[in-house]
Design a protein around this ligand. Sequence first.
Ligand code: ATP
Ligand code: MG
Length: 301
Amino acid sequence: MTVTHLPEGISGIHVLPAGHHDGPWDSIIVPPGTKERLLGTAVLVLRHGRALRSLSGPPHGLVVLSGPPGTGKTTLCQGLAQAAATAVAGRGATTLAEVDPHAFPSEMLGESQRAVRRLFTETLPELAARRPHTVVIVDEVEALAVRRATASFETNPVDVHRATDAVLAGLDALRAACPHVLLLATTNFTAAVDEAFLSRADLVLELGLPGEEVLARIIGSSLTELATLWPAVRPLAEDGVLHAELAGRCADFDGRRARKVILAAVARCPVLAEDPTRLTAEDLFAAVDEAAGFAAPVGAR
Ligand SMILES: Nc1ncnc2c1ncn2[C@@H]1O[C@H](COP(=O)(O)OP(=O)(O)OP(=O)(O)O)[C@@H](O)[C@H]1O
Ligand SMILES: [Mg+2]
């Protein structure tokens, strides 16, 4: 369910678990143990956040996913929200709120600070009161929690300090009022995110570019999805040796680029686009080499 009248600074509200949110978690392929750590941290905060408040070093309920563009950060956050909501569903539903960091424009810092304060001290606590569990996603958090050390050289250092201070104060206020709220933040530029913000994170997960083995699995998974639409593609989807060979030519590809290259293979010529059942291994190699810059684009098969 998506609510149409959204509070200030919120770009989406969903009630989880919901069947149509099932895809993202499984679609992202990461090294072993990564999803367990994410889900473990999420369940601990959602399930025991209130009890853990009595510890000397309680969790902040903050998870930061960082990494280059196209490495699955946003998708993994959305998937984690659904996976965590499913894990705690026995104790009630979960609200997923998506914060729009660009709703707080830095050129209007005075107002932006007030808006950030309202977000953490009013909007999010009000949302958290609706259901037993709440997950908040802040995508591209560097727009909100600008690193003060580097920002000092910019034109308006005092305002940047104040804006980031507002985020940190807001985070601490939210933690005190709602220790069971889980905040998931993404950034593709950790160096731009304030250290004090990062130090509050219970888990900072670096998602690097996928290695060859992960790339092969992403290619296999993209072909498998294609085969659900066009079953004739299944032999390509089941050919692990082919996936490994293709992955070997995809050095430095991010996950997004690896998925796109499969579509690029189908889109190489109109005949193939019209009838993707004609896709061959040669088309896949040609598309990969083209994307990797090894071969000049070719027009027809
Ligand atoms: N490790 C991966 N496994 C499978 N698919 C991946 C992986 N990484 C990225 N993708 C695919 O790439 C696409 C982009 O992912 P997503 O938007 O989550 O990346 P991102 O890290 O948030 O990128 P950006 O920093 O540009 O916002 C998605 O379709 C996703 O399925
Ligand atoms: Mg993203």
